[in-house]
Design a binder for this molecule. Sequence first.
Ligand code: BG6
Length: 497
Amino acid sequence: MVMDNSYEPCDFVLFGTLGDLSRRKLLPSLYQLEKANLMHPETTIVGVARHDMSLEDYIEEVHTNLVKFGEKELCEATWERMRARLHYACVDMKNVDSYCVLDDHVDPSRTMVCYLATPPAIYGDICRGLHSCKIIDSSVRVVLEKPIGHDLESSKVINEQVAEYFDEKQIYRIDHYLGKETVLNLVSLRFANSIFATNWDHNCIDHVQISVAESVGIEGRWGYFDDAGQMRDMVQNHLLQILSLVAMEPPTTLDADSIRDEKLKVLKALRPINATNISESIVRGQYTSGFVKGEEVPGYLEEDDANTQSKTETFVAIKAEIDNWRWAGVPFYLRTGKRMPNKVSEVVIYFKRQPHNLFGDSFKNLPPNKLVIRLQPDEGVEITVMNKVPGLTNSGSMDLQKSKLNLSFSEAFADERIPDAYEKLLLEVMLGNQALFVRRDEIEQAWTWVDSILDAWKSSNEPPEPYQAGTWGPVDSIGLLARENRSWYESKTVKKK
Ligand code: BG6
């Protein structure tokens, strides 16, 4: 794709440029945008950190990280172009006086994008610092990483601090799942295909499953994770965003606010889960030692730096219900956990069974049609249908077989590289399109729902159920569906890449 004139050059200021997220994700994503010729030729990248270093050292640092976390062999021409954009500014982010150094690196007549890849606790300091050196005007965009808060109250504090200096139209809250190709594809699948558009409600759908399983554990982040748990780390953001896209009404347009208005309505319609209904709605678990992909791994309480008394959950399964006309009586089962057998994220739509079985001779219970949307890995879409087995019989009955219609992105779009979510999101910020970013009211509504669950857990003080690493979670998670004659979809199609 070649840039058109609607894309203005900008100064992309990366606060926390030496941190993990910048090194692993943001700088490699900027490199990929460079490689795809999607960076405006006049855009600059200004790395900001507390560390006093020369531009040469910063360039060296960026190069090392690109090789380590991005492409092993950098394309020389791409790197030369990227390198020419780099600036470095040493800023003590808690000290308002130290921000004036940015004047030497940014041009006030251009758009400035401030990406805060720092702990949220200093978002307020950074906004104040930018304000003090009179760098903020209506063209400045600010990008906020999760977690935005620990609960509703603390998220409001962070949002308020930022809102003191920036209008909502200038704020881009990241949920990196919204940048994933297949999550974006949920919108096109639903609204560009009439077969789904007309069958997408309680009349045709029995239930929906959303699973985001990871084989990794805590990855050296015990302190952060123990404070958050799987509910705050994954459900409050990624799973609720996916659920909103699956369940929302058709937006009027693809404009940021049309989509976000519809997602918000879903979040508002989620039936509260609290002390009265938590036991039938949620299972929480914590992994013990076990084997993942043949390798022995420690339990959560045996990880480095662990507090051996911790009651933090590393797994959650939820039966969520959406109290609106479209979804009345259709459960949305959510499941997410660490140290599960595979990394797999998928949405599975179970359609209702046929009201009458004409094929009882070959299938006592006709299985329901399923639409499986594989978010990662082996991205794609699969539909199970019943087919007649070809051939002649003398019994007068028809032999049926369950078959799969499989659209695998890697086969269908073999020449296309699937971009990392951050590439898409960084590009959208530079283009000034907020559609893939989360609005303040969405975040706060999601916290309202999650807080009520967290409060119920807190008052019950019960420990999570143990599950062995390398399994699909506690046995009770199977029971959550089994008592309604349903079972979790176990992905069997994961291909080795
Ligand atoms: C992050 C969580 O938001 O998402 C991590 O903090 C999790 O705990 C990660 O591992 C999963 O993202 P992805 O893109 O690897 O599925």
